[in-house]
Design a protein around this ligand. Structure first.
Ligand SMILES: [Zn+2]
Length: 324
């Protein structure tokens, strides 16, 4: 199934898709047929896999919280660690042992809830190489306290299973401003400060590999810094909300008016995401971190047409496990 076909999937149609995957998984044991999403993740070209495309930390049926992975030359670069990121990587066919870098855009729980869990669980899955993590303060403290909190299990596995010590594998880098972040044989990573009040700092990241340039906005209101960061990129993954549906979303909480005002002030509408994509000259815009998520009254077509009002390139509506 190609990307354009996937765009037209409605939420209801995803259920049979999952069922079909389960069928294929069961079929492989008999036939040895390669799973398409695994071959995509492991091919040599750079692949972006959307792991979680819903906005907000509340666990949902169809969309996980924010996370994506860029796989280049069999190395995994994870951006954001919403709830379930390790399991989503397993679903995507990305071995946890190839995890090398984790980038956090900001410290909202729908982006960092499984930050420590990802490293810890990858280690139980056999990860034995260095992992570098990058993001705003207090990333160092969060990492240290996470390992302290889970020292019992970590120490037990070292002594019982012969695993190497976990803590020395992890190297934390706190980011306070935009600019060059890191580079290796596969990728050069650049960050820009984005506008997500009251969370400061919040970052968007750009990944330039040999064959592609991919930008992840993180959560942001329309941001000039992000437009500059994304200039000329192949793919821009931008957070998006659908303002007419926000009333229904906030209706569940007691302070609905304040929450609505807050959401509108620190996020970007799908229309504006299209404007920003056009301004930055990217080829493909991917709408993700969808607010509201899993709302059957906001159809795929409504999301895409909102972005297409101002953007003449390709618009893809983010779905969990979509390979781009
Ligand atoms: Zn946020």
């Amino acid at each position: 199934m190609n990307n354009l076909c996937k765009i037209s999937l409605s939420l209801q149609e995803i259920v049979p898709t999952v069922t079909r995957r389960a069928f294929l998984t069961n079929t492989i044991a008999v036939t040895g047929i390669a799973r398409p999403w695994i071959s995509a993740a492991q091919s040599r070209g750079t692949r972006l896999i959307l792991l979680g495309t819903g906005g907000g930390p509340r666990p949902r049926t169809f969309s996980s919280a924010s996370a994506q992975v860029i796989v280049s030359n069999n190395v995994a670069y994870v951006v954001d660690c919403g709830d379930g990121v390790a399991r989503q990587l397993a679903f995507a066919g990305v071995p946890l042992t190839i995890l090398r870098h984790i980038f956090l855009t900001h410290h909202h729980s729908d982006h960092n809830a499984d930050y420590g869990n990802l490293i810890w669980l990858a280690w139980t899955a056999g990860l034995s190489t260095r992992v570098d993590t990058w993001g705003p303060p207090p990333l160092e403290k969060m990492t240290r306290l996470f390992f302290e909190m889970n020292a019992y299990d970590i120490d037990t596995r070292i002594s019982n299973e012969g695993r190497m010590p976990l803590v020395p594998l992890v190297h934390v880098h706190e980011l306070r401003q935009g600019g060059a972040v890191m580079s290796d044989d596969n990728v050069k990573v650049t960050a820009a400060l984005v506008d997500h009040p009251p969370v400061v700092p919040a970052f968007g990241y750009r990944f330039d590999t040999r064959d592609r340039s991919i930008v992840i906005s993180g959560d942001t209101a329309p941001s000039d810094n992000l437009v500059k960061l994304a200039r000329g990129a192949d793919v821009l993954v931008h957070s998006a909300m659908y303002p007419p549906a926000i009333d229904r979303l906030v209706g569940r909480v007691p302070n609905a008016a304040a929450l609505k005002a807050s959401i509108l002030s620190h996020q970007t509408s799908a229309e504006d995401a299209g404007r920003l994509a056009q301004a930055s000259g990217v080829t493909t815009l991917v709408l993700s971190h969808l607010v509201p998520a899993d709302d059957p009254e906001v159809t795929d077509r409504m999301w895409i047409e909102a972005a297409q009002l101002y953007f003449r390139g390709t618009v893809i509506l983010g779905k969990d496990l979509l390979v781009i």
